[in-house]
Design a protein around this ligand. Structure first.
Ligand code: FAD
Ligand code: FES
Length: 534
């Protein structure tokens, strides 16, 4: 660990949705927390979720004079927002040339405008509220993955120009010597920040506008009249479910998006070796995953001598890392190899962590009214662009609630139907259905006494599947391995020490507490004796 940075060991890994601490969470002196809800309450707008999506929406509505309360079951930023890499960009995970094919030129243009507006919204919010979050305007560079073709960049250059972006083809890739002689597409005037410093500033600004935040307050029984939390009633006219993946809906939205895990390493690099920029490759076309995992890289200020180079990638469908023969914990090795080959000046790796992104079937996020509801709203399906998509979600939902026109409501509507995504849709649905075959798969270990302290596994006990974990004090914990959402069989994630569902991405701690939806309840406990399995 670093000599110059105080890392907060008091932040429980499970509160940050996994065992590994991201740089953002690790560099905070304390979690961003507020009081718990301790009485019944009424409000105009209830926002559920204290990530970037929930806080942006809450702040936007409070600024319009609405009465808003926000509830968060952990701390502010303890979901995927605290695990991001915080590139703020209109270079979308999906290429603009592909957006034109899936939708049309006008939609691609609106996508470019909307993400550009989201970056501008963040820049203005930082300025208006004097938020010290290392916000910087930087250029971004898109270069070709070895499995891709250079023509892709030319196609993308033309598509981005049609979308109104000021991209430019360069005949080298700034700061990447290993790719000398290769061209790249420059996206000027993108941005980056320290996400949790930003969230802290946004939370303060929201409270100054009259908003209330309750942390360690989990919303349950969500209906069109409100929710319950910590056994108290919250009555509301509008309910915004900003829980990353919706926890209010059992099926509809979960057939439109798929959970992927993605990995990050943050390494020291001497100050001044690299310019502050964003770099992305175009993704591995040979990958078995529909999302075609790509690498994403940026710098962050670290201490007087060093910056941190934060590199991400090596994604896979949640709970299915083994399908490629590369376990979760081994993904960092691959990522390190790639990063060192492209950025040979990096030194010690200071932080490594992983997180989950929701990939929408037609490549655009779902921002707006929940299908079938008039006053419940969702923000989800934000893929690798969740900083700008969540910001846009807040902007759009604020306009819907306050009755203002907004050019992006239709294209991001969670109720939209997109016919051209059928191939990918069937592939991902097939993958989802195939996961039920895990009921028949052999167990990870035969007996609980094969587990060392700190290890977990799925075992069979008669017709039952159990998720077992041996803690550092050598005590055994056992729960059902059947996901309470729709019955998927959980997989042990040795890297983050969680049990992950390969169907829709629900995740649970070693003791069965739910930390990611769509499941809303914990795993049922089971009895297990050492001798029973020996
Ligand atoms: C490794 C990684 C790198 C990424 N890099 C980028 C990037 O560079 N640029 C980019 O644009 N995007 C990136 N993303 C995506 C982006 O970080 C996410 O899409 C975004 O942070 C999601 O924000 P959110 O507010 O919707 O979700 P979250 O941050 O997960 O917030 C949801 C919150 O809801 C809370 N919650 C859940 N259920 C309840 C309940 N019942 N009651 C109360 N609270 C509840 C959770 O505790 C959580 O805090 C990355 C993601 C990952 C994992
Ligand atoms: S998340 Fe849907 S079955 Fe587990």
């Amino acid at each position: 660990m670093s000599d110059n940075i105080s890392v907060n060991d008091s932040i429980d890994g499970n509160i940050t949705s996994g065992d590994n601490l991201s740089y953002w969470v690790g560099s905070l002196l304390e979690p961003i927390s507020f009081e718990k809800l301790t009485c019944d309450i009424e409000t105009d707008v209830l926002v559920i979720g204290g990530g970037i999506a929930g806080l942006t929406t809450a702040y936007s509505l409070a600024k319009e004079g609405r009465t808003v309360i926000l509830v968060e079951d952990g701390f502010i930023g303890s979901g995927e927002t605290g695990r991001t890499t915080a590139h703020l960009t209109c270079a979308l995970s999906e290429r603009y040339a592909d957006l034109e094919k899936t939708f049309d030129q006008q939609t691609a243009k609106l996508a470019a405008q909307s993400h550009t507006a989201a970056i501008e919204w963040i820049a203005n919010t930082v300025k208006q509220n004097n938020i010290d979050c290392h916000f910087k305007r930087v250029d971004g560079y898109l270069f070709v993955h070895p499995t891709g073709a250079t023509e892709t960049l030319q196609d993308e250059l033309e598509a981005t120009h049609r979308a109104g972006l000021l991209t430019e083809m360069l005949n080298n890739i700034p700061a990447i010597e290993s790719e000398e002689g290769y061209s790249c597409l420059k996206f000027p005037d993108q941005a980056q920040f320290h996400i949790l410093l930003y969230l802290k500033g946004l939370a303060d600004a929201f409270r100054q506008s009259g908003g209330k935040i309750f942390t360690q307050t989990k919303a349950e029984n969500i209906t069109s009249t409100g929710a319950t939390a910590n056994s108290f009633n919250i009555k509301a006219n509008h309910i915004v479910v900003a829980t990353n993946t919706p926890v209010n809906d059992w099926v509809t939205m979960h057939t439109k998006q798929w959970p992927y895990r993605t990995y990050v390493i943050a390494s020291r690099i001497p100050k001044g070796k690299l310019p502050f920029s964003l770099w992305w490759d175009t993704g591995d076309l040979d990958s078995k995953w529909i999302s075609k995992p790509y690498h994403y890289v940026r710098l962050e200020e670290f201490n007087e001598q060093y910056d941190l180079l934060i590199a991400g990638g090596e994604d896979h469908r949640t709970g299915q890392a083994d399908d490629e023969g590369i376990k979760e914990e081994d993904r960092y090795t691959k990522l390190e190899e790639w990063t060192r080959s492209h950025f040979p000046d990096i030194e010690k790796i200071e932080f490594k962590w992983s997180g989950q992104v929701m990939e929408p079937v037609d490549s655009l996020a779902y921002l707006g009214k929940n299908p079938g509801d008039d006053n419940i709203y969702i923000i989800t399906g934000h893929s690798g662009n969740g900083m700008t998509y969540s910001t846009l979600g807040g902007m759009i939902i604020k306009d819907i609630i306050t009755g203002k026109e907004n050019p992006w409501i239709e294209m991001y509507s969670p109720s939209r139907v997109t016919f051209k995504s059928t191939g990918d849709y069937l592939h991902e649905v097939g993958n989802m259905v195939a996961q039920y075959a895990d009921w028949l798969l052999p167990e990870d270990v035969k007996q609980a006494d094969e587990l060392k302290p700190g290890e977990g596994a799925i075992i069979s006990s008669g017709m039952k599947k159990m998720a077992i974990y041996r803690d550092e004090a050598n005590s055994l914990h056992a729960c059902t391995a059947v996901c309470p959402h729709l019955g998927g069989i959980l997989q042990w994630n040795a890297d983050e020490k969680t049990f992950d569902c390969p169907l829709h991405g629900s995740r649970f701690t070693t003791e069965g507490k739910v930390i990611n939806g769509p499941a809303s309840s914990d795993l049922a406990k089971m009895m297990i004796k050492e001798e029973q399995t020996s």
